[in-house]
Design a protein around this ligand. Structure first.
Ligand SMILES: [Fe+2]
Length: 220
């Protein structure tokens, strides 16, 4: 793996404890965002003179791209990465459609695209070194939910178990919402605290998801 040097700053707010990440390549000064769920004014003090050059969209649920217009207005050359079938859902002058296995480079940083549908058909995760930006596919303490239009629990199982959980144990997830006991966690520790990540097989996962949703209904 190439040596890299970068910082990740987390911003919380937006619709529902959303998280947006500002990543800076320390060698080139280039900066990019993961999701646009937070107003620009919250991030602006941390954007350098070069300005933002890229936005990596984890999926096109409205809360994750809520403030994209502000970013496009402020940084007209911004390039937005989004899953290839959702280009028309994003309002940006420059859109780069991505798919499984693509590598996108910003400054000296390279991100690998993992296609992880289930929570939503255009969900992707982005791997930077040993950091995985998971959007709403995987949170600290549980997976994403599959209750919205286009969700599919069995597809989510395959994305989480066959794609994400195949990554090294020490991979750290940076999710799209702050729903857990802490902001980030390694895959290994997340499996240990998450009943939804301990399913024996696909059917068991479907049952665990159904139980989880039933518990939420009772509790709310
Ligand atoms: Fe979502």
């Amino acid at each position: 793996m190439a040596e890299t040097d970068y910082s990740v700053r987390s911003f919380k707010g937006g619709y529902d404890d959303n998280l947006t990440y500002l990543v800076s390549c320390m060698r080139t000064g280039n900066q990019f965002l993961v999701d646009a769920a937070i107003p620009l004014k919250q991030l602006k003090p941390f954007v350098n003179r070069r300005g933002l050059i890229a936005l990596f969209i984890t999926h096109t649920h409205g809360d994750h791209i809520a403030y994209i217009d502000e970013y496009v207005d402020a940084f007209p050359n911004l390039v937005s990465m989004v899953y290839k079938e959702s280009e028309d859902k994003v309002k940006c002058h420059y859109i780069k459609p991505v798919k499984q296995g693509d590598i996108v480079t910003v400054g000296q940083l390279s991100l690998e695209v993992y296609y992880t549908p289930g929570h939503y058909p255009d969900s992707v995760c982005y791997l930077l070194d040993d950091i995985l930006f998971t959007g709403d596919t995987l949170f600290v303490g549980r997976t994403g939910r599959t209750i919205s239009k286009g969700s599919d629990t069995r597809t989510l199982y395959r994305s989480v178990y066959d794609t994400i959980m195949e990554l090294p144990d020490q991979t750290t997830i940076y999710p799209g919402h702050d729903y857990g006991p802490k902001m980030t966690i390694t895959l290994k520790d997340n499996i240990a605290i998450s009943p939804l990540l301990q399913a024996e097989d696909e059917d068991d996962f479907v049952q665990r998801m159904a139980d989880y949703e039933a518990d939420r209904t009772i509790g709310s």
